[in-house]
Design a protein. Structure first.
Length: 201
């Protein structure tokens, strides 16, 4: 009789491997990290990694694939709000807050190194960025229309600038001197979007 595969158990094992791999890749780099190190960090047998993943590149991609459903959930919580500026700032705060992860600087460095060598990884990252940009652009467009957000800039272009500000939080993360980037990122985006109050005569 064929052994029944429990999809929940598979998902749990894959997630455990992904989370362990993120720490290993951030600490040791992509090239110097082995499947054995990842399995040991995940508390699994040495052959487990390639049972659940095709290769090491697939393990690395899974770190960023994990972001898509997480970010989709964040967007879903805020996309229908009527207070568009605050909704954008709350999304920005969540996304920038991920830079507080001690693994963030190392993973960002390895991601930039890997993008040119893995087309599938690039597609994952672009898809994640597309989902976030479209959500921000929708809130920007609605906020401009209702007078909550300063007009003058095209919503999708502005959304990409906002994501660039969030990316800067990751690029400036320092594991030796950790800090919370959220207040600065939030203030930067707020000042970009908030309507300028004109003085009354």
């Amino acid at each position: 009789m064929a052994r029944t595969v429990d999809p929940n158990r598979v998902a749990e094992r894959r997630r455990a491997i992904t989370l362990a791999a993120a720490e290993q890749f951030a600490t040791h780099g992509y090239e110097r990290t082995t499947a054995t190190q990842i399995a040991r960090a995940a508390g699994l047998s040495s052959g487990s990694v390639f049972y659940y993943f095709k290769d090491k590149a697939a393990v690395f991609r899974s770190i960023f694939e994990l972001s898509i459903p997480e970010h989709t959930e964040v967007i879903a919580r805020h996309i229908d709000r009527t207070d568009c500026l605050d909704a954008i700032l709350d999304i920005v705060e969540v996304l920038a807050g991920e830079a507080r992860d001690p693994a963030a600087p190392g993973l960002m460095f390895e991601l930039l190194r890997r993008l040119g060598h893995d087309e599938e990884l690039a597609r994952v990252v672009l898809e994640d960025a597309r989902l976030s940009a479209e959500a921000l652009a929708a809130l920007l467009e609605r906020g401009i229309r209702t007078g909550q957000i300063a007009p003058g800039f095209e919503p999708m272009e502005t959304a990409r600038w906002i994501l660039a500000v969030i990316d800067a939080a990751f690029l400036n993360a320092d594991s030796d001197n950790p800090h919370d980037p959220r207040p600065l990122v939030r203030a930067t985006v707020s000042r970009l979007l908030r309507p300028i109050e004109t003085e009354k005569p």
